[in-house]
Write a protein that binds this ligand. Structure first.
Ligand code: GTP
Ligand code: MG
Length: 206
């Protein structure tokens, strides 16, 4: 799949204000600063598309991006949305902000009817974190399809990345009979890009 067009569309403070659900939609979620906005930019080959920051808490609303892709150079165009979301679990943020973000994320996950796949981002540098495991278990309860994306692989030795991936998936096995697709990525080296676009292409029946 080739991305022909990727442009910012609209920012919404809650699911009820999101654009008409008239095409497949793929959303990126994970702890604050895990690399959601950077991954969207990496997938779209445009570093300026979603705003990123070294400080957690950059993305504060639901951001829709218009995407047009093709399978072949002159093939038909498929239209879909990529969605950037605020992160969860940022302890230093005021409780009122955290509550608003949590409600926004929960409402979005439970009510967004064209949500085709959620990519849950996990920092490949760390051992399994309880709030990440809680989040994927919650998605399971809501029956939202998801994949796991391990991020920032370039910042850690390959052996440690592999260990963290295994530990996280092993922790998931305690609750899950079947594991979802998972990817190891680097927004800097573009690792995992082709694989994620391939999954999107396979699940996109627009
Ligand atoms: P919030 O919107 O605040 O929740 O953060 P986010 O998850 O969107 O993270 P963002 O994409 O803004 O990235 C956070 C920081 O991590 C930035 O400084 C990025 O440059 C850096 N970063 C993201 N992905 C990678 C990666 O794969 N490798 C490296 N080395 N740095 C990364
Ligand atoms: Mg962000």
């Amino acid at each position: 799949m080739q991305i022909k067009k990727a442009e910012y569309f609209v920012t919404s403070p809650e699911v009820a204000k999101c654009p008409k659900p008239d095409r497949p939609e793929y959303a990126f979620i994970g702890r604050s600063n895990v690399g959601k906005s950077s991954l969207i930019n990496m997938l779209c080959n445009n570093q300026k598309l979603a705003k990123t920051s070294g400080q957690p808490g950059k993305t504060q609303n639901i951001n829709h991006f218009n995407i047009e892709s093709t399978q072949k150079e002159k093939g038909p165009v498929t239209k879909w949305y990529l969605v950037d979301l605020p992160g969860y679990g940022y302890a230093k943020r005021a409780q009122s902000d955290r509550n608003r973000w949590e409600q926004m994320i929960d409402g979005y996950m439970r009510k967004r009817e064209n949500l085709t796949m959620v990519f849950v981002l996990i920092d490949a540098r760390h051992e399994p974190q309880q709030n990440d495991l809680d989040f994927v278990n919650q998605l399971g309860k809501w029956e939202v399809p998801f994949s796991i994306v391990f991020t920032k692989a370039d910042k850690e030795k390959p052996g440690a990345v592999q260990r963290h991936v295994k530990e996280f998936l092993d922790a998931m096995r305690e609750t899950w009979q079947f594991l979802p697709a998972s990817f190891v990525t680097s927004a800097i080296k573009k690792d995992g890009r082709d694989e994620i676009l391939q999954l999107i292409s396979e699940s996109n029946h627009n």
